[in-house]
Ligand binder design. Structure first.
Ligand SMILES: Cc1cc2nc3c(=O)[nH]c(=O)nc-3n(C[C@H](O)[C@H](O)[C@H](O)COP(=O)(O)O)c2cc1C
Length: 205
């Protein structure tokens, strides 16, 4: 188990995963998700859902996605194979859903925030357990074909698509984040903060 400060500093997203190495088995993933959902949750709405896709299901869902991307004009037909391969980049893909009340804007915000908090915890827990993850979204989160294949219900939306596997030896690109002082103001009537640009942000190995 890691020291939290060290773990947060060490965690990096992975775009590629070790060939042939599986993601966490069911019992391990269940234990990690059990911890991840200890994240803050107002009104105890338990809004998060985790749908795991592995093996040949990734290819079947990928083909559905490629059809959808081309049919909607989100990708040219010449990119069909590329689109289909997206879900196969990792051995395990976890669709994280939020169930909320579409007629309650405040609850929707809170449920989305609670789910994002659980996702962030899950990424750290995966790293701690020796796995790597990457949070992706994009148009796939609004695809009716993907929603239908995963039996999403009305009022449920996809918050995150987590790609999970074992880290390769590839060094991740430097992490770009502004210094905290650039995004903190103190007290009443502060000078409004300006948005940091990538140029302002320091690259941290
Ligand atoms: C809500 C959300 C959606 C994201 N979607 C994508 C995505 O679709 N594609 C992508 O390359 N990175 C996406 N990212 C960024 C990566 O997950 C990752 O945070 C980024 O590459 C920085 O790497 P790091 O986590 O190692 O600092 C997303 C991040 C968040 C929070």
């Amino acid at each position: 188990m890691s020291n939290l400060t060290e773990l947060v500093s060490r965690r990096r997203s992975a775009a590629l995963f070790e060939e042939g190495a599986p993601g966490p088995d069911r019992a391990t993933l269940e234990a990690l998700i059990d911890l991840a959902i200890q994240a803050p949750n107002h009104r105890l709405t338990f809004p998060w859902r985790f749908h795991v896709v592995e093996g040949a299901d990734r290819e079947a869902l990928g083909a559905l996605w490629a059809d959808e991307a081309v049919a909607n004009g989100w990708a040219p037909e010449s990119n069909w194979d590329r689109e289909r391969a997206k879900l196969s980049r990792a051995p395990q893909v976890i669709f994280v859903g939020v169930v909320s009340d579409p007629d309650d804007a405040v609850r929707q915000r809170e449920d989305q925030a609670a789910t994002s908090a659980a996702v962030a915890q899950l990424l750290l827990l995966l790293e701690d357990a020796g796995f790597a993850g990457m949070w992706r979204t994009g148009r796939m989160v609004i695809s009716e074909a993907i929603r239908a294949a995963l039996a999403y219900q009305p009022g449920e939306s996809i918050e995150a698509i987590l790609y999970v596997g074992r880290r390769t030896s590839r060094t991740p690109p430097p992490r770009i984040r502004p210094a905290a002082a650039r995004v903190i103001s103190w007290g009443l009537h502060p000078t409004p903060l300006t948005s940091p640009t990538a140029k302002d942000a320091a690259a941290r190995g």
